[in-house]
Design a protein around this ligand. Sequence first.
Ligand code: CP
Length: 329
Amino acid sequence: MKHLLSTLDLSRADAIRILDIAEEMAAVGTREVKKLPALRGRTVVNLFFEDSTRTRISFEAAAKRLSADVINFSAKGSSVSKGESLKDTAQTLQAIGADAVVIRHGASGAPARLAATDWIDAPVINAGDGTHEHPTQALLDAFTLRAHWSKLHGHTSLGSDLAGMKVAIVGDILHSRVARSNLWLLRTLGAKVTMVAPPTLLPHGAASWPATISYDLDATLATGLDAVMMLRVQGERMHESFFPNTREYSRLWGFDDARLAALDARDSGETIIMHPGPMNRGLEISSAAADSPRSTVLAQVANGVAVRMAVLYLLLSGNQQRPQTPDAS
Ligand code: CP
């Protein structure tokens, strides 16, 4: 791997290697000194043209835990507002000696464009581009699912995929880069995926995707799932009306208190509730569901640091082996 642009570029073996290394990185995060020297002297630039809480701070924490220097660039307050091009921004990063660029951009394909040019030599990591992809979100979701599955079945997660898991991805699939990256990766790892959405929030090509399509959340939940992944309704990308009103959306496609109660009556926690964040509480997920023992929302955030450490380590160290972790004592 030179860059990480799409989960479509990851083979099963690639994905499992990243998840296995992330497990070792997660162990570093439980120590008193949460740091490895692996990327000492390297510079990671977080280049964010769109807002972010989790992804930006998680990449920063990941790079710092590997002892890299971090430069955070936000388009807001930069010369982008004066009309500076992506080329000039990229060449500026090249001039200051960036060793990796983590880019979030509102335009689908911007990270691939950057990776395809000679404006900058560094590995490019897609931190979310338009409605296209968000590969590290999918990797951290796969890490969370694998941990749940191995705990449920009492086996080690190291080296394993997600074969046999049943996952529903629910909500605003049309605008969701998280849904796309997750679908490709979940299929590569052997999980069965159902996409649940209003017909207006499914892309035209969804019928050809390797997933079952459903418009009925209750019927899908009744099939017995291992995980239900709720998506944020992306109001900022909606320039027309995709559903009559928010109350109807919540009733039909939100994970509300009634659906939580129905799940609690069925099982004792085998079905987890996931959300990539940020959440619209009361719209696609109720507060009771988001804060319930089934919710993995905060575990996903924590796992994101370990997964991003693994990705940075693999791309920057040039070392496909596991990191040498100093003794914890
Ligand atoms: N999940 C996610 O990408 O969150 P942020 O937009 O806060 O980074």
